[in-house]
Design a protein around this ligand. Structure first.
Ligand SMILES: [Zn+2]
Length: 422
């Protein structure tokens, strides 16, 4: 038999683990490494790590999946007694090779977590021979570990708060990003005062006082909580959200024009209008030649829709600039929109006026909207990936893993404390 040192290296455990024996199990075809924790690490609560008296033998011997050895599966096998923790009661004792409640070794968990952020889900499940449901629980453990290792709210000064829909718009997550580090720092199920208050509860009074800028979408439930909790914060409205409002107003006009055309029996015209959606949505600098042609068609054929388009573009340009010039542009825009006689934009002008203080604060404080926008887009992709996970908490873990910098290094490679964002 190989020496214990070699086997420790192979299964990725440290000196806290004693290798007792290695054999091969025919069913399943796997190498089984029999281990026990060294005496000094024995009898600690699996949840808090505090020393505790023994309780019982628990479920007796059990196995943890380790990384494959070449092409063959590998398991670590050991007793899993319970201890009687003063705080947690009878709890499975801590083991040095796996996280609490895990069916896999730490290295196995870490490799799954790394793969999840670097490859398609089918690859992860096939390569690692795990069910996709299991992956949700694995990354939740990895992220919890990472967050316990250092303060996830350290140094927060400028934050963004947003809501993101999932389950086809029936459920929402409230998310908090750090404008300075670019990281997602927190997310929870729900979009109401109570949900957001639980974030500020975690942050604590001292750190709440250090928050200087909060960007959001103008929702009163966010503003009320921020005003009550962050005495030194200026509320800003992300330009991303203002552009979204304008895009929605434009879409309303497009639908009206289209419905009019249909009701008048102008079928070909209506069809042409329907195909204009993306040309109207996109930033002019990104338009394809065909979309440019569509836009000139609109300019020729429908003055109202084209004016609505120009109004959207003008607002976008005004609020994406910084400083005094942009404020002047915004004033001009407000006057134009108010007398445009396009109800959706007259209404939008009113909304912008209502939120003017927050919009101007964002322009003067130079907070980039890019972070909220990219987080928003990325979380939509992650949401599709999380399909099949058992709990929304697993979607949150996936989001934090990818956007919060909690992706671990591959086992055996070194990594910075917080991974860089891709
Ligand atoms: Zn405990």
């Amino acid at each position: 038999m190989l020496g214990a040192n070699v086997w420790r290296r192979i299964v990725g455990v440290d000196k806290q683990t004693v290798i007792e024996d290695v054999d091969v199990d025919e069913e399943p075809d796997a190498v089984v490494v029999h281990v026990r924790p060294r005496r000094s690490t024995k009898r600690r609560c699996g949840r808090c790590g505090v020393r505790a008296p023994g309780y019982d033998r628990g479920e007796g011997r059990r196995r943890w999946r380790a990384l494959d050895l070449g092409t063959v599966m590998c398991f670590v096998e050991a007793d899993s007694p319970r201890v009687n923790c003063p705080e947690h009661g009878p709890t499975v004792a801590q083991v040095p090779w796996a996280r609490h409640g895990a069916g896999h070794t730490k290295d196995f968990d870490d490799q799954v977590a790394w793969l999840v952020t670097h490859s398609p889900k089918s690859t992860v499940a096939e390569l690692m021979r795990v069910a996709w449901r299991t992956v949700g629980a694995v990354i939740a453990r990895v992220v919890a570990d990472g967050r316990a290792a250092h303060d996830p709210f350290e140094g927060l000064v400028r934050i963004g708060i947003d809501e993101i829909s999932y389950k086809r718009g029936h459920r929402y997550l409230t998310v908090v990003v750090d404008h300075d580090s670019g990281r997602l720092v927190w997310a929870a199920v729900g979009r109401d005062k109570k949900t957001l208050e639980s974030f500020f509860d975690l942050l604590g009074d001292e750190r709440c006082k250090k928050i200087r800028i909060v960007t959001a979408d103008g929702a009163t439930w966010i503003e009320d909580v921020v005003k009550a909790r962050c005495a030194n914060a200026t509320l800003c409205i992300d330009s991303f959200h203002v552009v979204q409002w304008a895009t929605e107003a434009l879409d309303e006009v497009r639908r009206e024009v289209w419905n009019e055309a249909r009701s008048k029996g102008m079928r070909a015209y209506a069809k042409e209008l329907k195909g204009c959606r993306f040309a109207l949505w996109r930033n002019p600098e990104d338009l394809t030649e065909r979309q440019e042609a569509k836009l000139s068609w609109i300019a020729r054929e429908n003055g109202r829709l084209y004016r609505a388009y120009l109004l959207k573009e003008q607002l976008r340009l005004a609020i994406r600039r910084k400083g005094i010039i942009s404020l002047t542009m915004l004033d001009t825009w407000l006057a134009w929109a108010a007398r445009s006689r396009i109800p959706a934009f007259v209404e939008l002008a009113r909304k912008v006026r209502r939120h003017l203080a927050g919009i101007e604060a964002a322009m003067m404080n130079d907070v980039s909207n890019a972070l909220i926008e990219s987080t928003n887009t990325k979380l939509r992709v992650l949401h599709r990936m999380a399909f099949g996970f058992a709990k929304p908490e697993h979607l949150i873990a996936l989001a934090l893993l990818d956007r919060g910098g909690y992706c671990p290094a591959l086992p055996g490679r070194s990594a910075p404390a917080l991974a860089a964002l891709g």
